[in-house]
Design a protein around this ligand. Sequence first.
Ligand code: GLY
Length: 257
Amino acid sequence: MHALCRAVSPAIADCELSFIGREAIDAALAQAQHLDYISALTRLGVSVTELPAEPDLPDSVFVEDTVLLFDELAVLTRPGAESRRAEVDAIAPAVQAVRKQVERISAPSTIDGGDVLRIGKRVFVGLSQRSNQSAIDQLADILKPFGYSVTAVPMQDCLHLKSAVTALSDDTLLINPDWVDAAYFKEYQQIRVDEHEPHAANVVRIDTSILMPLSFPKTQAIVEAAGYAVTAVDVSELQKAEGAVTCCSVLFTQWAI
Ligand code: GLY
């Protein structure tokens, strides 16, 4: 497996925030935690390409929001927050190095990669403050020739769909049903986050291993009890920037095809 990551911007304290309050962010600690995150990915067998920090783009460590990487093609997004739109041009050269076909969501539509949950050929997209129906329609048109089905999912009270639900395997999800209607995922087994850890549904799946934040021990225990090997990383400073573990990488299985 491969990943694109980008070093933490020294301006991360100026990040966008939507559903959490602003707290002081220690940029140096965020950078150290991000290096630990990359080390954890590497230990789990991921080959990481680390792009340089972007001093003028506070949220640019959250690369997941800028591009959707499928086996067959890449789709550059148009992030919902205007301050984040330049991140797309910043990552485009790295994307063109790994995919021959690169499409792009066009204005005025907006979509953040954090709203896009792909499980096999199913693509679920959150109708969030950042992603709208017209972008979802564009994505569905782009992906249709490749056999993907795209489903828009209403959600509330959190930034991205993947704040509320991610996949532990091809048939099992980790979900906070307070933030998204679990009925949209009725064909999957569902494991609920601990009720005291609403932000715990965002995990990275690497084969049969799960990478998740250190700050959700109750949900970690639930996931481990379900049979998954969990690696926990301290991402407290990135969480203050309303980030999580999925948004710090763009994962893909094959280099250029
Ligand atoms: N700070 C992450 C975001 O709002 O996009």
